[in-house]
Design a protein. Structure first.
Length: 420
């Protein structure tokens, strides 16, 4: 199990909560509730931490609960931290502010239904392995979902073949021969951009696997590809002798501008913000990530704080946060607006090669060559869970846009799909 259930209740409902806890025990569902709190007890850090790190927040709704400032505070804290609220109504009316959330109504104080138990099991299953696909002959260097479509995920390794998978079944949907990493979909996945043998971007029809065009010629190998949400602009980065980041018109192939002056060696990948106006690009031999305006190529600033090269970067789906992973064995979460460092995540024992935000932005996944994936709370930097696979390290991560799955690319040539 990946998490636990936090049970919020008033002191007067403690006997029901004890019975509920016994039921959860019988279904092997981990839980936590404070059975010591009396009226007047302070809302302490233990409760805050338990709410912030829980996978599901069950609230017992009764008139006593409605009158309890502690229960109301707990609900508010759970909502602000993006916890999944699962209410049980035992008596009286549904609490104000619960909104359209499905409520388990148990006016005779009976135990919850099987459907309720299944809901909790699904919620606490975050990080459970769903599928494992042997995808490539070497390290999986790229995994990617389209930003607006969760029914496909692409993977790429060192060989000239990009594969597209169904993440809900583990089935192989298509092979695109002559394509390699890096990869990036258009918003709804109708097209996919990949690397290829001539240091250019190859744009393919995802449904047929047919080559549409080549765009963006570089002098050396591509290491970064990104497409703006409107599908009109392509940004590429090259390594080796080239060391440039370029912005192209995807329709005409025209070079709009080159990002220069402060970059030395771009790393894969660069990431464009959800509104398409700015991008973040890590630098392999620098301890920072650079921020640029997409339309003008203007340098905006740097995220500095790592003491070894930044290997990966990601932007939250709402554009509020940036995360970086580094050879210094840490990941960092930054305020995207101010550039302030918010949290340093330091439990990995080897370089952090992959970072990915969940759809809500409240989870950050980090992957390392220490063969672990770790899940973190974005709001407070709390560690949620460690997923361990002895698979030669993790080299890329991607959450699905519907927030249900997390894909990981591994050093053993496999991609793995996890519940999210």
């Amino acid at each position: 199990m990946a998490g636990y259930v936090f049970i919020s209740h008033a002191r007067e409902d403690r006997e029901y909560v004890r019975r509920l806890a016994m039921l959860l025990d019988s279904h092997a569902i981990p839980y936590w509730y404070d059975d010591q709190t009396d009226p007047g007890t302070r809302f302490d850090t233990t409760i805050l931490e338990k709410i912030a790190q829980c996978a599901a927040f069950v609230v017992i709704m009764t008139p006593a609960g409605a009158e309890s400032p502690w229960v109301m505070d707990e609900i508010d804290y759970a909502r602000r931290h993006g916890r999944e609220i699962v209410p049980i109504l035992l008596e009286g009316d549904k609490f104000f502010g619960i909104g359209h959330i499905q409520v388990e109504i148990l006016l005779d104080r009976e135990m919850p239904s099987d459907r309720f138990i299944k809901t909790l099991k699904r919620l606490i299953g975050e990080g459970d392995l769903l599928f494992e696909m042997k995808a490539h002959d070497g390290h999986v260097l790229s995994v990617a979902y389209p930003a607006g479509e969760s029914s496909m995920v692409a993977s790429a390794g060192p060989e000239m073949c990009v594969r597209i998978w169904n993440p809900t079944t583990g089935d192989l949907l298509r092979e695109i021969r002559g394509a390699t990493w890096p990869v990036a979909f258009t918003r709804f996945g109708d097209k996919i951009a990949t690397g290829g043998p001539e240091h250019t971007v190859y744009l393919w029809d995802t449904a047929t696997g047919q080559l549409i065009k080549q765009v963006g010629k570089h002098r050396d190998k591509l290491v970064s590809i990104a497409i703006t949400p409107d599908g009109r602009t392509l940004v590429t980065g090259a390594g080796g002798r080239d060391k440039t980041e370029c912005v192209w018109d995807l329709e005409t192939g025209e070079l709009r501008h080159t990002l220069g002056g402060r970059r030395t060696e771009p790393a894969s990948p660069l990431v464009i913000s959800p509104d398409g106006t700015w991008l973040v690009a890590p630098t392999e031999n620098s301890n920072r990530a650079s921020v640029w305006k997409v339309d003008t190529g203007k340098f905006v600033g740097s995220l500095s704080g790592h003491y070894k090269p930044v290997r990966d970067v990601t932007i939250s789906w709402d554009g509020r946060y940036v995360a970086t992973g580094s050879d210094d064995n840490t990941a960092k979460i930054w305020d995207a607006k101010t550039g302030d460092e918010l949290h340093t995540l330091g439990l990995h024992r080897m370089p952090v090669r992959a970072v990915a935000f969940s759809r809500t932005g409240y989870r950050l996944a980090t992957g390392s060559t220490d063969q672990t994936i770790r899940l973190w709370d974005t709001a407070n930097g709390a560690h949620i869970r460690c997923i361990t696979q002895r698979a030669g390290g993790i080299y890329d991560l991607a959450y699905s846009p519907d927030g249900k799955t997390l894909a990981s690319g591994h050093g053993d040539g496999a991609i793995r799909i996890w519940t999210a």
